[in-house]
Design a protein around this ligand. Structure first.
Ligand SMILES: O=c1ccn([C@@H]2O[C@H](COP(=O)(O)OP(=O)(O)O[C@H]3O[C@H](CO)[C@@H](O)[C@H](O)[C@H]3O)[C@@H](O)[C@H]2O)c(=O)[nH]1
Ligand SMILES: [Mn+2]
Length: 737
């Protein structure tokens, strides 16, 4: 390093396998072109059997091919980052910026208050100067119980935070810490063991109180002790109709309650339930983010904001510092708007039954988009620069300034007044005739507010980075049953379509701020619901035509067979290698394939339908929260990796009907196979293989219909309905087509 030149606070490494990936991408692209060429040059003669089906197949393949290109864009230019927090400390320890942490919750039933406060406690205990740290809980459920739990957490924090810091413990969510027996019993140090026993007891007591309150309501002595509850008594009608409730629970200017047991200051802690009125759209989480942005600006006004879902607790107390290594880097820091960390989950299971690990997003898509200057924003586990969120266009002259005197210095001393004055900022009417939600803050109008907000920020000229440290930074709860996963992805699919067709998207791409590679990456997401059409077509039409012995694919001896084989074998091998090299299993790979298929044939189909209805003004789509609780018998099946059906749902009707249709087609083909043997195999090989593969992948579904007796099996009525549907379709097709 030259003299005078400072070492950077982070380092970027290119993907070592990028050349292999590129060669692969180019070769398979060629093969795809040959597949298209085959379709165009072999159209059945006029009126010939299956001519229309052939056109359909061409469209499906055309779209899949184009979509596949978006996919390759993400793999083209992956980069990986390493941070140097030690250098950060040496250089900036006394000048660290204020950090405001936003935790979002929306329903005390599917997001238990105990879980929420564990997340809050985990970030209060960050290894960061407490006077520069503020934690805000936004509660869209406006639940007294959650508030009560937060009060409990604030008392417990007085013991918990110093305990973590003194013994340098990880993870700092008490629930996770005590669950992790290895961590919580690692030392034989006498003092530690004594402390541990005390703190465990305190936690258990708090846990009991919070759980009791969840069942029985807030105890009356708590009500009389804290006048915060009076706000519910005065203005609360329902969770969709109430005033803003804002409570500064811990604040450094409050001399009684802000110190821990060692006499050190605790981070500021604030509870907010923004105003809700039935006649005003809440804009879901995006609305909550914007309210908090304003409210926090008067209380702590931290320059950096961490956005967290209530289940995403911190698993590593150094992550703030990792993030700051990017923001504070002298060379590149001032253009970075946000630092995205991966979402990881505690409850994935060995073989990731429902494909929830977000493996592709975390391991491929985020490093891939990072290579083009901007990982997408995934809504949680993300540090953002307040200035970028509040839509200051990025300009070349912009320079980091961490020495702002005003920051973090609240002049107001009277906390009650401070809270009262900030309340109006969370009113429903506050945003009327302003740019909030349009150009400022989190952007409205899509069910994936995160993605659209990230895109907007990037279109203003800001960059973002992806930080995936070897010690993971956050962990949360993934859906534990099939329907929840499918419903979650329906929401994502619809939200992405909303971005694709909004007037907003061209505006974002128009300024040439978003690189082509990144635009393709976004398109990969924006259009993923559309793939449902080609996937459904592929899994219904070719199998049905088996019944008539009509082939849509080249014979095995033909040269045209080669491109098809290349695409199929290539993709299977590629995804297998990718999965296995990241520690996955073959079974996990199969589960991933199955979920890929299920999401595309059900979730995304409903995303499309719901989006089309919405387009004609008939949408009834809303933000359906993902439940974070799992009932006992369900948990057992989840542990044993048994797929959960159990309820009647249109999602399952679609899945079961397609699965059974394939089964019937395959069975009837077996007969032909025996009678005609070689000639048939030669002609129909690929089609039979496709159908066979679908049957193989659907095995757990047949089991749920035919064999299982537990509560998670397919409901009888649904089984009968799907069987009838599939069977009728086959018979009808064979006889009348
Ligand atoms: O009106 C609402 C609805 C939701 N939330 C919060 O938003 C978060 C995400 O909700 P969840 O049900 O967990 O949805 P997921 O699909 O798991 O969330 C993923 O996808 C969302 C976009 O669809 C992102 O906002 C999230 O960060 C991302 O984790 C939770 O903390 C909720 O409490 C609110 O604050 N207000
Ligand atoms: Mn979630």
């Amino acid at each position: 390093m030259g003299s005078g030149e400072q070492q950077s606070l982070f380092e970027t490494r290119k993907d070592r396998a990028r050349h292999v990936r590129r060669v692969y991408a180019v070769s398979v692209s060629l093969a795809i072109c040959f597949v298209w060429a085959f379709r165009l040059t072999h159209i059945p003669a006029n009126g010939g059997a299956g001519q229309w089906a052939w056109y359909g197949l061409f469209l499906a393949e055309l779209w899949s091919g184009i979509y596949w290109l978006f996919y390759q864009a993400l793999r083209w230019n992956m980069v990986f980052r390493t941070t140097f927090p030690n250098i950060l400390s040496q250089r900036y320890e006394s000048r660290l910026p204020g950090v405001d942490i936003f935790v979002f919750t929306a329903d005390a039933v599917v997001e238990p208050p105990l879980m929420v406060i564990n997340t809050v406690l985990s970030v209060m205990a960050y290894d960061y100067p407490a006077q520069k740290l503020s934690v805000y809980l936004s509660d869209d459920g406006c639940s007294e119980i959650t508030f009560y739990a937060l009060l409990e957490a604030s008392s417990f924090a007085k013991h918990w935070v110093p305990f973590c810091k003194r013994f340098k413990l990880e993870p700092r969510s008490p629930a996770a810490f005590f669950n992790n027996t290895h961590a919580s019993t690692k030392s034989h140090d006498h003092i530690y063991v004594k402390h541990l026993a005390t703190i465990r007891k305190l936690y258990e007591e708090m846990k009991r109180r919070v759980e009791d309150a969840t069942k029985l309501g807030v105890p009356s002595e708590a009500r009389s002790k804290h006048n915060g509850f009076s706000q519910w008594e005065n203005s609360y009608t329902s969770r969709r109709d109430h005033d803003t409730i804002l409570q500064i629970v811990v604040h450094k200017n409050d001399f009684h309650g802000s110190k821990d047991e060692d006499g050190c200051i605790l981070p500021t802690l604030v509870y907010m339930a923004r105003e809700k009125r039935p006649q005003y759209h809440s804009h879901y989480k995006a609305g909550a983010i914007n309210s908090l942005l304003r409210v926090s600006s008067t209380i702590s006004n931290g320059k950096i904001i961490l956005i967290l879902d209530c289940d995403m607790y911190s698993t590593h107390s150094q992550s703030v510092r990792d993030a700051l290594c990017f923001f504070m880097d002298e060379d590149k820091g001032s253009e970075i708007a946000y630092v995205q960390f991966p979402q990881s989950f505690d409850n994935i299971g060995k073989n990731d039954l429902y494909g929830n690990s977000l493996f592709e997003i975390v391991e491929i898509d985020l490093p891939g988009t990072d290579g083009f200057g901007g990982p997408i924003f995934i809504g949680t586990c993300c540090f953002l620069r307040r200035e970028a969120l509040c839509s200051n266009k990025f300009s070349g002259e912009y320079k980091n300034d961490w020495n702002d005197e005003n920051e973090n210095e609240v002049t107001e001393v009277n906390l009650h007044e401070l809270a009262e004055n900030s309340k109006a900022l969370a009113d429903c009417t506050y945003e009327k005739n302003t740019l909030w939600g349009k150009k400022i803050g989190s952007i409205y109008g899509s069910l994936v507010e995160d993605v659209v907000t990230g895109l907007w920020i990037q279109s203003q000229g800001w960059k973002s980075v992806y930080c995936n440290p070897s010690i993971r930074a956050f962990s949360g709860i993934a859906p534990t049953n099939l329907l929840r996963s499918l419903v979650q992805l329906r929401r994502w699919g619809e939200g992405q379509l909303q971005i694709l067709f909004s007037e907003f998207r061209p505006k974002c791409y128009g300024h040439n701020k978003v690189k082509l590679g990144l635009q393709l990456g976004y398109l990969h997401y924006n259009t993923f619901a559309i793939t449902s059409l080609s996937v459904l077509y592929y899994s219904i039409i070719p199998p049905l035509y088996l019944l008539k012995g009509i082939s849509f694919f080249p014979k095995m001896c033909s040269l045209w067979f080669i491109p098809f084989a290349c695409v199929i074998v290539g993709e299977i091998a590629y995804s297998l290698i990718e999965g296995l090299s990241k520690g996955g299993s073959i079974k996990g790979w199969c589960n991933g394939m199955r979920m890929w298929l299920y999401v595309r044939s059900s979730s995304f189909l409903f995303s499309l339908l719901s989006f089309i209805l919405g387009f004609f003004g008939r949408s009834n789509s809303s933000f359906l929260l993902t439940s974070k609780v799992t009932e006992d018998d369900l948990a057992q099946r989840y542990e044993k990796e048994i797929m959960e059906f159990g309820t009647s749902s249109p999602y399952f009707t679609v899945l079961a009907t397609v699965a059974l249709l394939n089964l019937f087609c395959l069975l009837s083909t077996l007969k032909d196979l025996v009678l005609e043997k070689g000639a048939f195999v030669e002609k129909m090989a690929l089609q039979v293989l496709l159908c066979g593969f679908l049957v193989f992948i659907n095995f757990p579904l047949y089991e749920a219909i035919l064999i299982r007796k537990d509560k998670g099996r397919m409901p009888t009525f649904l089984s009968v309905k799907s069987t009838t549907l599939a069977f009728t379709a086959c018979v009808f097709f064979k006889l009348f087509n």
